[in-house]
Design a protein around this ligand. Structure first.
Ligand code: TYM
Length: 343
């Protein structure tokens, strides 16, 4: 097996669905890392709005999808993705993603796809009525990553299984064709908040699709909304412990400590070192102040950027051009390996 980091240009790829609204989960679980990896300068960085993925579960209204895609681009820019340092793209504008996905549909096995927990969660009991696109979703995700020969994929914990499948697809392609062509990409799942939980139920993931807005913080929330949601977050009556083991059976308490740690860029233990003994009423005030300080400027910047959609479209057009300089030769070589005729 070829190891990604030894033979390929160090290259980071990650994507987010433009399915309406970015949450604190997206930000702390993935996007903060995007900016750190971009600024570290040790890797080429490519970030993507995955609009083709956003039509797999339901078909959004076309105007809404366009708006959500531009808003997500504004979100990337607002948190600090620099379109000069990184390549910032919308998936459908780089056609090689979908073209490579077809090849991967023929590499991946039905059994592999059927074992994906996100497929099982999203299709639910009525898999017969789910779209073929929802089933094939992880093969398109593998194509997103491998069409750049990306070596590192920063994501939240919930995407780990999809990255493992990407590795399996790369390995099977390489094996079946007797080549060392696709890298075995590494997931980068790091930090205190790789799985940010629902503010009202610490056993569920924070998600933009939860029907209750109280369960999440959106990157577009105002300072007042952020503070209010944190004040009203579910907790327990006990004070904060002095060691992490004291949070073991307290999922809501543990979630707020992790969120604090990730926002402040410190370890969860350091949060306990300075707040042990505090009651949640007091800790939540400190967390609300920190969250407002870190998040309110993002929402302001997104609003400013959304006022100029033509500029967003220009950035994405330029991103697609730069991306295709990488993806076109990789797709071309893939077709060659598979035995497609050249025109
Ligand atoms: P998506 O759009 O659901 O989420 C985008 C990123 O945010 C992370 N995330 C979270 N992290 C911690 N806690 C949470 N509560 C939380 N909610 C979301 C996700 O792990 C993800 O990193 N399939 C992907 C999009 C995708 C992709 C790719 C990602 C398509 N192609 C190629 C990486 C590489 C998805 O639906 O993410």
């Amino acid at each position: 097996m070829i190891m990604a980091e030894t033979q390929f240009t160090p290259r980071v790829f990650s994507g987010i669905q433009p399915s309406g609204g970015l949450t604190l989960g997206n930000y702390l679980g993935a996007m903060k890392r995007f900016v750190q990896m971009q600024d570290a300068g040790s890797h080429e960085t490519i970030f993507c709005m995955v609009d083709l993925h956003a039509i797999t579960a339901t078909l959004p209204d076309p105007a809404t999808l366009r708006r959500n895609t531009r808003e997500l681009c504004a979100g990337f820019l607002a948190i600090g993705i620099d379109p000069e340092k990184s390549i910032l793209i919308n998936q459908s504008q780089v056609p090689e993603h979908a073209q490579l996905a077809w090849i991967f549909n023929c590499i991946a096995r039905m059994g592999w796809m059927g074992r994906m927990t996100q497929w099982k969660d999203k299709a639910g009991k009525n898999a017969e009525a789910a779209s073929l696109g929802l089933f094939a979703y992880p093969a398109l995700m593998a194509a997103d990553i491998l069409v750049y020969h990306a070596t590192h994929v920063p994501v939240g914990e919930d995407q780990k299984q999809h990255i493992e499948l990407t590795r399996d697809i790369a390995a099977k392609f390489n094996h079946d064709y007797g080549v060392d062509f696709f890298p075995i990409a590494e997931p980068v799942i790091e930090g205190a908040a790789t799985r940010v939980m629902n503010l009202q139920d610490g056993t569920k993931k924070m998600s933009k699709s939860d029907p209750s807005d109280k369960t999440r913080i959106n990157l577009t929330d105002t300072a007042d909304e952020i503070a209010k949601k944190i004040r009203k977050a579910k907790t327990d009556p006990d004070p904060l412990p002095d060691a992490l083991a004291g949070l073991d059976a307290r999922p809501e308490a543990r979630n707020l400590v992790n969120i604090y740690a990730a926002l402040a860029d410190i370890a969860p233990q350091a949060v306990l070192d300075s707040h042990a003994g505090a009651l949640f009423g007091h800790f939540k005030m400190a967390l609300a102040d920190l969250a407002v300080e870190k998040l309110a400027p993002i929402s302001g910047e997104m609003t400013r950027l959304m006022a100029d959609p033509a500029e967003i479209d220009r950035i994405l057009g330029r991103g697609a051009e730069r991306a295709r300089a990488i993806t076109a030769p990789i797709l071309d070589r893939t077709y060659d390996i598979v035995g497609m005729l050249k025109s």
